[in-house]
Design a protein around this ligand. Structure first.
Ligand code: AHR
Length: 505
């Protein structure tokens, strides 16, 4: 049987909207072993660290060019009181992390530690403030503590804790999932809170905040509409008022039910296709929220942010159900590559996305072994690494004149492309579980030289990396790319992700 051939046209000389690097953003919550044991082991650990921050984790993540890191939650953010996490560690009060495992949180990882982590990673901080159980004053003080220069009560406190200079902070979240763990509010109620909290998060000196309102759950377009209407109600329909510059929404890929989400490594082909179809649904969701936003903000001044996405499976057997620790297979990698193609196509409105979460929680980049302390890079990590050339690149539209093969509603071949600094990057996923495909790239308006391709695949969809076999799934050179009269022919084995890079001209 000959391979399925999929023609794809790319006009290399017609750049589209820029793909914000922040679509490759990350998320670290005080949840399970994400912060404690994952990012942070404390100064006394035998694991090499700087100020308690694990250096092996930092080194691995630096290879991804992480643009931003969201912290401290998630649901935890709306219970977090930042003043408990500053000053000498022995004096910091403890609290109970009621959302995640009912464990004691000693607040040893707080504001200064988070800012140090961002500096080590070279990532912009994205702080999620507490609207659910916090006060306007508390949030306003936090902004002042972090960003004000000169002299003021919060500046004096910061200096007392060892930091002279203010930090630069752009991304500021006004709560999290206000419809649920962030306060069980109605959209109307939250919109009023967002206006109030957003108003008192001041721009100190030259620091300009980019306030992100807590948005909808999945397809709750009415929530988005309620927030967008607020802009008009404040007296200007076309220019956003300063209380928010963006709004978010959350969407997780869960093929089962909340009670039984499915197993991370034990699944069959039907489960696999159901998962990929659920992942593809994010396209409809972004379109839906963007359409609502277009009605109130046709000039696209307000950004759409998907600040939690990824797969969510049943926890690994024997682990704390409140810690959300899960394995990560080739299936997760393909969920990620499909998301990125969709994100790239929505680069005109989608300005940020944050995978949940970076280490040891949900669809992680890195899994660490609590006993041996070994570190494993997941298949999802490799997708982020292979795709990093799309960050801040101009998107290139991909047209598929003959359509794509489908399995029920799922298109099984997915592509996206971009150009930056005279280079072109094309990402191609073959989501078919059993059949290879060949993509005929018809490259117009330019030619590529020095073409280099890499592939991420494995014998089985269920394959994953472990401390004993850390490179079961890792990128390898891909030589099944051939020049044609009009461009390139790229062979995609079943269930594979391929990137093709070349220099323009
Ligand atoms: O990422 C885990 C949780 O999922 C977050 O805390 C919450 O915002 C979402 O429901």
């Amino acid at each position: 049987m000959s391979d399925q051939v999929v023609p794809a046209v790319i006009n290399l000389d017609v750049p589209g909207p820029v793909i914000s690097r922040h679509l490759y953003g990350h998320f670290a919550e005080h949840l399970g072993r994400c912060i404690y044991g994952g990012f942070y082991v404390g100064e006394d650990s035998e694991i090499p660290n700087e100020g308690g921050i694990r250096l092996d984790v930092v080194e691995a993540l630096r290879a991804l060019d992480i643009p931003n890191l969201r912290w401290p939650g998630g649901c935890f953010a709306d219970e977090y009181h930042w003043m408990d996490g500053i000053g000498p560690k022995q004096d910091r009060p403890s609290m109970v992390n009621t959302h995640w495992g009912n464990v004691e949180e000693n607040n040893h990882f707080g504001t200064h530690e988070f800012m140090a982590l961002c500096e080590l990673l070279g990532a912009e901080p994205y702080i999620s403030g507490n609207v659910g159980s916090g006060t306007v004053r508390e949030m306003s003080d936090w902004v002042e503590y972090l960003t004000r220069d000169g002299d003021s009560p919060m500046v004096r406190l910061r200096k007392q804790n060892g930091r002279e200079e203010p930090w630069k902070i752009r991304f500021w979240g006004l709560g999290n999932e206000a419809w649920g763990c962030g306060g069980n509010m109605s959209a109307q109620q939250y919109a009023a809170e967002a206006r109030r909290f957003g108003t008192y998060c001041r721009d100190h000196g030259g620091n300009k905040l980019y306030r992100i309102a807590a948005g909808a759950n999945s397809a709750d377009y009415a929530w988005t509409e309620t927030l967008m209407k607020q802009l008009g109600e404040l007296g200007c329909a076309y220019r956003p008022q300063p209380f928010m510059q963006a709004l978010s929404f959350h969407y997780y890929t869960i093929p089962g039910t909340w009670q039984d989400k499915g197993d991370a490594t034990v699944f069959d082909t039907e489960d696999y296709y159901r998962t990929l179809a659920k992942a593809a649904y994010v396209d409809e969701l972004i379109t839906g929220h963007a359409n609502v936003m277009d009605c109130y903000d046709p000039g696209k001044h307000v950004g759409l942010v998907l600040d939690e996405w990824g797969t969510w499976w049943n926890v690994e057997p024997g682990t704390n159900p409140g810690f959300l620790y899960q394995q990560n297979t080739l299936r997760d990698a393909l969920v990620a590559s499909l998301h990125f193609d969709i994100f790239h196509r929505h680069a005109d409105r989608l300005v940020m996305a944050n995978i949940a979460q970076t280490v040891n929680v949900l669809q992680a980049m890195i899994l660490t072994d609590p006993d041996t302390k070994a570190l494993v890079l997941t298949p999802t990590y490799h997708v982020f690494e292979m795709n990093k050339g799309h960050q801040d690149a101009a998107s290139l539209r991909v047209d598929l004149p003959a359509g794509v093969p489908t399995r029920e509603t799922l298109a099984t071949v997915s592509l996206s492309a971009s150009r930056k600094d005279g280079k072109v990057l094309v990402s191609l996923s073959n989501l078919d579980a059993g059949a290879p495909a060949d993509v005929e790239l018809d490259l117009r308006g330019g030619a590529l030289s020095g073409v280099r391709a890499r592939i991420l695949t494995a014998g089985n969809l269920q394959d994953h990396n472990t401390p004993g076999a850390p490179d079961t799934i890792a990128p390898r050179p891909h030589d099944q790319v051939t020049a044609t009269a009009n461009g390139l022919r790229v062979h995609l084995p079943a269930h594979s992700f391929v990137t093709v890079e070349g220099r323009l001209g």
